[in-house]
Design a protein around this ligand. Sequence first.
Ligand code: SF4
Length: 299
Amino acid sequence: MEVRRIIPQGFCKGVIKAMMITNEVLASHTTPRPLYMLGGLVHNKHIIEAYQKEGIKVIPSLEGITHGSIIITAHGATDAIKQDIINRGLTLIDATCQDVAKTHTLIKSKLQDGYKILFFGKKTHPETIGILGISPQIILIESEEDIQKLPVVVGQIAFMVQTTMSTLDLAKVLTALRIKYPTIELHHDVCDATKQRQLALLQGIDDADLVLIVGDPMSNNTLKLQEVAKRKSKAPVLLVESINDLLNYDFTSIHKIVITAGASTPPAIVLEIEEGLKNGIHPSLLQSKDFLATQKPRN
Ligand code: SF4
């Protein structure tokens, strides 16, 4: 059986940076305790559980928090939340990905210049929640269909996008927007890590008998890889969180497997699956510390 790893795949630079910041904080003796994470640092339950084992508490809001340090996740947070952290006398540790921070800065500057802002994202995703928190004037688009319902806009209008959306969906949205608002200023910055992982997968799955997407179903980046693979490939597409999800899979008629991973999937999980596919699938032997190892950015 041939196992082909799609490159690039797995950890992106934003996830690596967020984890390096968090690992440094854990090792530091001067960072005030307790340590809190405002939401999950990245969308992977193995990583979050590993940090919880190290003593970091994951909290949904700042309510009741009076001392310690707060880690802002890779998905970012609004200025109001950051100010709240400071006002409470807490230590702010900002692990926001620079690509997300760039979108925040651009939107703020466009709002100051009087633009109406349209934002393409997933309503429940922390990045989109953070962006919508910048101003109530930002209009959310979740699909191409939403564009038909939008009002006529007088004056300048700009469009931005959640960093982890599907490039295929984005292309449709852009076409519809250009028709509805011919003068719209388009900033369609799906981050490079997301774009490259989707493109590499599209180019590499034609002859696969099985496509494995390794990642957490909470991760938009991972879900979009699954979506892209399902649209492009006739082969079955499996989303797996670890080797344990493959224990009962029947590989009898499979000759070629293509494997990729979302931007927040620990490399150790992918490696264990690859070796299992070659040498025999077995229950996972990975331990908590394996999920917190980072590696150099590949893009
Ligand atoms: S997927 Fe993109 S936006 Fe998200 S953390 Fe990685 S580099 Fe940043």
